[in-house]
Design a protein around this ligand. Structure first.
Ligand code: HEC
Length: 255
C-alpha cells in the first residue's frame, strides 16, 4: 500500500513536470512566433521609411536642381518634417509619438533610420546649396543607397538598394538577392515584398521590389546605351519593368 502510494506520488509529480514542460514549450513557441512577426513588421516599416525619404527627395528635385537659387532651405530639419508627415500619411504612425502597438524593434530602429537619412541630407548641404550647377547627383537613388549604408553601419540590421545590373557596384546583389531579383524580373505583374526566414530560421530576408514609372525613364529608359544626365548609360527600361529592390536582413537574435 505504502509502496503504491509513493508510486502514485511519483506519477503525479511526473505529470506535473510534463505539463510544465508542455506549457513552457508552448509559451516559447508563441514567443518565437511573436518575435518573428515583429521582425517582419519592422522590415516593412523600415522599407516604407526609406521609400518615403526617396519620395521627399523626388518631390524636391526641381528645387535641388535649381541652378539659380543658392540657399534651398532643404535642410535636415525640413526633410525630417516632410518625412514624418508622409510616413504618418502612409502608415498612421507618428514617428514623434510612436504608438504602444508598434513593435519594440521598430521603435528602436525607425529613429536610427530617420537620423541616418537626416545625416545624408546634412552631408549634401554644400552641394544642394551650390549656385550655378543644375544636376547635382543628389537624387532618390543616391540618397537611398547612402542612407541604407549609414543605417546598416549603426544597427545589426542590413539594408540596401540593389538590382541585377547595378550602376553603382556597391549595390551589387548577393547570391540570395540575385536569385529573388531574377524570379521577380521574370514575372510580368508587379509584386509585393518577398519575405523569408533563411539559414534555419536565423535570419529574416525581405526584398521589396521597385518598379520603373514614367518619371524614371529619362535616365533609365531608351535609347539604351545613350548616356543620361548623370553620365550613366541608359538601361532601355520600360514603364512597369523591375528597377530593383530594397533589401533588408534582420538576425533572429536582435535584442
Ligand atoms: C536623373 C537621373 C535618374 C532618374 C530620373 C532616376 N534614376 Fe535611378 N539611378 C540614377 C543613378 C545616377 C543611379 C546610381 C546612383 C548611385 O551612384 O548610387 C541610379 C540608381 C538606381 C537604383 C539602384 C541600383 C543601381 O543601379 O545602383 C535603382 C533601384 C533606381 N535607380 C531606380 C530608379 C527609379 C525607380 C526611378 C524613378 C522613380 C529612378 N531610378 C529615377 C539616375 C536616375
Amino acid at each position: 500500500m505504502r509502496y503504491n502510494g509513493i508510486l502514485m506520488k511519483r506519477h503525479a509529480c511526473l505529470f506535473v513536470v510534463l505539463n510544465l514542460v508542455h506549457v513552457l514549450l508552448w509559451w516559447n513557441m508563441g514567443w518565437a512566433q511573436t518575435r518573428q512577426k515583429e521582425s517582419e513588421q519592422t522590415a516593412q516599416y523600415l522599407t516604407t521609411l526609406l521609400n518615403v525619404g526617396r519620395l521627399i527627395v523626388e518631390r524636391h528635385q526641381p528645387l535641388i536642381n535649381d541652378h539659380q537659387k543658392g540657399d534651398k532651405g532643404f535642410t535636415p530639419e525640413s526633410f525630417e518634417q516632410h518625412a514624418v508627415d508622409e510616413f504618418f500619411r502612409q502608415t498612421s504612425i507618428d514617428l514623434r509619438h510612436p504608438p504602444a502597438h508598434l513593435p519594440d524593434l521598430a521603435k528602436e530602429l525607425l529613429p536610427i533610420l530617420l537620423e541616418s537619412s537626416k545625416h545624408v541630407v546634412a552631408d549634401a548641404q554644400l552641394v544642394i546649396n551650390q549656385r550655378g550647377i543644375g544636376y547635382k547627383n543628389f537624387i532618390p537613388a543616391t540618397f537611398g543607397s547612402q542612407t541604407a549604408r549609414k543605417f546598416s553601419n549603426r544597427s545589426q540590421v542590413k539594408m540596401k538598394q540593389t538590382t541585377l545590373n547595378p550602376r553603382n557596384l556597391k549595390n551589387t546583389p548577393d547570391v540570395y538577392e540575385e536569385e529573388v531579383l531574377k524570379r521577380l524580373a521574370s514575372q510580368s505583374t508587379s509584386n509585393g515584398p518577398v519575405a523569408e526566414w533563411v539559414a534555419g530560421g536565423k535570419t529574416l530576408r525581405v526584398l521589396t521590389p521597385i518598379y520603373y514609372s514614367q518619371d524614371c525613364l529619362v535616365c533609365h529608359g531608351s535609347p539604351q546605351g545613350i548616356l543620361d544626365i548623370s553620365g550613366y548609360p541608359r538601361e532601355g527600361a520600360r514603364e512597369g519593368d523591375l528597377a530593383g529592390a530594397i533589401s533588408i536582413q534582420i538576425p533572429a537574435s536582435t535584442p
